[in-house]
Design a protein around this ligand. Structure first.
Ligand code: PMP
Ligand code: GLN
Length: 414
C-alpha cells in the first residue's frame, strides 16, 4: 500500500449506504433526490442516445464536450459579470468529486497547508492528504439564539480572529463550500468578504465548492466569492450537474476559473480520466441551454426546484420538532442538521466504545426505526469529532420522508 493512503481507508458513504440498504425503510442519509430528474433532461439524454448522431457514442474533447463548455461559459459570464473562454476557463469532470481531486492534485504541494472550514464535506480531507498537503481546520461555531426560536444555519459562524490566525506563509488554499454541506449555511457577503480579504492579503487560492448553488431558500441570494474584488484570479469554482439537475448518477461536474489555474487541472485530468461520458455531457448541455433561455422565469428548473425543496424542508423541520429533535433550519442545500441530545436515554450505551454518540444514534435509528441519516461527526476532522456528537444530518430531497410515522414515534417516546 502506498504511504499516502494511510489513515484514509474508511469512508462514511460506503459504511452508511450499506447500513441504509440493509435496514432502512426510509433513507434520508446519502444526498440524492429520490424523485425523478426533470423530463427535459431525460428526454435530452434519450435524444442523445438514439437521435441518430452516432458520434455521441465516441470520445469527445478531453476537457469538455464543446456544447457543454460553451453553454457553461455563457451561464457563468452572466453569473460573474465577466467574459469567459469556454476552452480555457471551463473544464468538465466526472462529477464535482473529480473536479475537487484535480484541484488538490494540481495546486497543492507537499507541505502546503489547506484551510478547511468545519463541518465539511468529508472528501476534502483525504484529497488534501493524498496531494501531500496538511489540512488546517477552522470551525463554524454555533451561537444559539436567545429568544427561544429554532436555530438557523446562519447562527453557525466563523470567528474572524480565529480564521485569520489559520493563514500563514504555508497556506496554499482555502476550501469554501457555500451553500454548505452538511449545515445548509449560505455564507453572507460579509463572511465571504472576510475570507476574500485574507486570501488576497496572504496570496492564497480559493477552491469554491458551489454544487448546491441553485438550492437556496427564503429568497436568499447565493453570492459567488469569485465575483468579489481580487478573487477571480485565485478561485476555482466547482459545480455538479448531479445536484443542479437532480441526476447524481450521471456524474457530470465542472471547474470554472482562470486559465492560469485551470491549465494545471487539465494536466491532471488528461493524465487520469481524460474525459467524462459524451452522452451525459450532451444532455447536460441541452439542459443548460433550456435554463439559459428561461433564466429567472417561473418555468426555470433553477426557480422551481428550490421552491419544491423549501416545502420539503419545512415539512421535515415540523416533523423533527414534533418528536423532540431540534432542527437547525438550513438556508440552502437539501440537508438539515438536527440536535439529538434529548434521545440519550433511548439509545443503549455500548461499553468500552469510543464511537461518538451521534454515530451510535444513527445506527440505532436505522436498525430500530428504519430511518437512515448521517452522523454530523463524519463531517469533522479526527481531532474535533468529539466536540460535535449531538447532531445528525437528514437529506430532504425525498418523496419518501412522508412515510415516516412521526406521530407514532412521538407517542412511543411519551
Ligand atoms: N461537493 C459537495 C459539497 C457535495 O455534497 C458533493 C456530493 N454530491 C460533491 C461535492 C460531489 O458531487 P458529484 O456527485 O457531482 O461528484
Ligand atoms: N454529496 C452527497 C452527500 O453528502 C453524497 C456523497 C457521496 O455519496 N459520496 O450525502
Amino acid at each position: 500500500q502506498a504511504r499516502r493512503l494511510e489513515g484514509i481507508d474508511k469512508n462514511i458513504w460506503v459504511e452508511f449506504v450499506k447500513l441504509a440498504a440493509t435496514y432502512s425503510k426510509v433513507n434520508l442519509g446519502q444526498g440524492f433526490p429520490d424523485f425523478p430528474a426533470p423530463d427535459f433532461l431525460t428526454e435530452a439524454f434519450s435524444r442523445a442516445l438514439s437521435g441518430g448522431n452516432h458520434m455521441l457514442h465516441q470520445y469527445t474533447r478531453a476537457f469538455g464536450h464543446p456544447p457543454l463548455v460553451k453553454v457553461l461559459a455563457q451561464l457563468f459570464e452572466k453569473l460573474l459579470g465577466r467574459d469567459l473562454d469556454p476552452m480555457t476557463n471551463v473544464m468538465v469532470t466526472v462529477g464535482a468529486y473529480q473536479a475537487l481531486f484535480c484541484c488538490f492534485q494540481a495546486l497543492v504541494d507537499e507541505g502546503d497547508e489547506v484551510i478547511i472550514i468545519e463541518p465539511f464535506f468529508d472528501c476534502y480531507e483525504p484529497m488534501v492528504k493524498m496531494a501531500g498537503g496538511t489540512p488546517v481546520y477552522v470551525p463554524l461555531r454555533p451561537n444559539p439564539p436567545k429568544d427561544g426560536r429554532l436555530m438557523s444555519s446562519a447562527d453557525w459562524q466563523l470567528d474572524p480572529a480565529e480564521l485569520a490566525s489559520k493563514f500563514s506563509e504555508r497556506t496554499k488554499a482555502i476550501v469554501l463550500n457555500s451553500p454548505n454541506n452538511p449545515l445548509g449555511k449560505v455564507f453572507s457577503r460579509g463572511e465571504l468578504g472576510l475570507i476574500a480579504e485574507l486570501c488576497v492579503k496572504h496570496d492564497v487560492l480559493c477552491i469554491s465548492d458551489e454544487v448546491y448553488e441553485w438550492l437556496v431558500y427564503d429568497g436568499k441570494q447565493n453570492i459567488r466569492i469569485a465575483s468579489l474584488q481580487g478573487m477571480w484570479d485565485r478561485t476555482v469554482i466547482i459545480g455538479s450537474a448531479g445536484k443542479t439537475f437532480s441526476a447524481t448518477g450521471w456524474k457530470v461536474g465542472w471547474a470554472v476559473g482562470p486559465d492560469r489555474l485551470l491549465q494545471h487541472l487539465r494536466t491532471v485530468h488528461q493524465n487520469s480520466v481524460y474525459h467524462c461520458a459524451t452522452i451525459a455531457q450532451e444532455a447536460v448541455a441541452q439542459g443548460f441551454q433550456r435554463e439559459l433561455t428561461l433564466y429567472g422565469k417561473p418555468e426555470s428548473y433553477f426557480v422551481q426546484l428550490p421552491k419544491e425543496l423549501q416545502q420539503k424542508r419545512d415539512w421535515l423541520v415540523q416533523s423533527l420538532d414534533s418528536v423532540g429533535m431540534k432542527p437547525i433550519i438550513p438556508e440552502g442545500t437539501y440537508f438539515l442538521v438536527a440536535d439529538i441530545s434529548q434521545f440519550k436515554s433511548d439509545v443503549p450505551d455500548v461499553p468500552n466504545s469510543d464511537e461518538p454518540y451521534d454515530s451510535r444514534f444513527a445506527k440505532w435509528m436505522v436498525k430500530n426505526k428504519g430511518l437512515a441519516a448521517i452522523p454530523l461527526s463524519a463531517f469533522y476532522s479526527e481531532a474535533h469529532k468529539n466536540n460535535y456528537t449531538n447532531f445528525i444530518r437528514f437529506c430532504f430531497a425525498k418523496v419518501e420522508d412522508r412515510k415516516v410515522d412521526w406521530r407514532r414515534w412521538k407517542q412511543e417516546r411519551k
